[in-house]
Write a protein that binds this ligand. Structure first.
Ligand SMILES: Nc1ncnc2c1ncn2[C@@H]1O[C@H](COP(=O)(O)OP(=O)(O)O)[C@@H](O)[C@H]1O
Ligand SMILES: [Mg+2]
Length: 265
């Protein structure tokens, strides 16, 4: 199977006033085309940095990134990458349709492969809200609109940085199911950053585990649950086994928090 996202020995150094910070240390990653893959790790381990490098928002200090054989810059210019961020990034004075069609307006009619904004709005389940303004929508609906906007140019790669982090648990589960349906219909390669173990397992074909600073990929857990996924699977033995594997990868086999030493009291 072809590799859609390849990182080879990617390091990222941020220059600080006092000292430099090694945010990513020789990260190797290969994601086959069409997969749904998650990246999980503690806060500050470099997940967003990794996504920004792939999206060509940042340049790596060293190492190589290839997206379908192209550089991130070439992939970005070819509109092959869609990004959804955690914070709402819709323009508040524009309606849902105007937000979703914005990327089409920016690239102009030169890109023939773009979807119609209304088709994308239907795909994310926002029909009837085309003329609503972002403040009239719930948080979950705003993220649906952001996903529609990210997909309107039919990118091959969809990068999602904790897109549902601000939502309540029930809305989040519904959005996860929706996102899987949208991913299956759109045929993109999806890379999801999350710090929820259950979410990573539920969504993914593979979960990559990152360590705290400097960020490294320390393990990969394949998730062999059948697709399409449904919430009932989260109660099954197989799901539980995968969750434990990711947990062990993150915290070590002892698990944390460990027994509290007596002298702590
Ligand atoms: N633009 C930046 N300049 C300096 N340091 C940064 C910058 N972006 C991120 N960092 C630092 O790099 C590390 C990784 O950050 P980030 O990728 O946001 O982590 P995560 O998304 O896993 O929480 C953190 O220590 C953060 O403070
Ligand atoms: Mg982050």
């Amino acid at each position: 199977m072809s590799r859609d996202i390849v990182l080879h020995a990617v390091s990222m150094l941020f220059h600080g006033r006092e000292a430099d910070l090694l945010a990513l240390d020789k990260v190797d990653l290969e994601i086959p085309a069409g997969r749904f893959v998650s990246l999980i790790g503690p806060s500050g381990c470099g997940k967003s940095t990794l996504l920004r490098l792939i999206a060509d928002i940042l340049k790596p200090h060293s190492g190589r990134i290839l997206l379908g054989g192209d550089s991130p810059r070439a992939a970005r210019l070819a509109r092959a990458i869609g990004v959804v961020f955690q914070a709402p990034t819709l323009l508040p004075w524009r309606t849902v349709r105007q937000n979703v069609e914005l990327p089409l307006k920016i690239v102009g009619s030169a890109v023939a492969r773009g979807a119609s904004p209304d088709e994308m709005i239907r795909l994310v389940g926002l029909e009837g809200f085309e003329n609503a303004l972002p403040h009239e929508l719930s948080g979950g609906m705003q993220q649906r609109a952001a996903i529609a906007r990210a997909l309107v140019l039919r990118p091959r790669i969809l990068l999602l940085d904790e897109p549902f982090g601000a939502l309540d648990e029930i809305t989040r589960q519904r959005m996860n199911l929706e996102l899987l349906r949208i991913w299956a219909e759109s045929g993109t390669t999806a890379l999801l950053v999350t710090h929820s173990i259950a979410e990573a397992v539920f969504m993914s074909d593979e979960v990559h585990i990152m360590s705290a600073r400097p960020g490294r990929i320390t393990g990969t857990v394949p998730i062999d649950l059948p697709r399409p996924r449904d919430l009932a699977m989260m109660r099954g033995r197989e799901f539980f086994d995968c969750v434990n594997k990711v947990r062990d990868g993150l915290f070590g086999y002892e698990g944390i928090p460990g027994p509290v030493p007596v002298e702590a009291f």
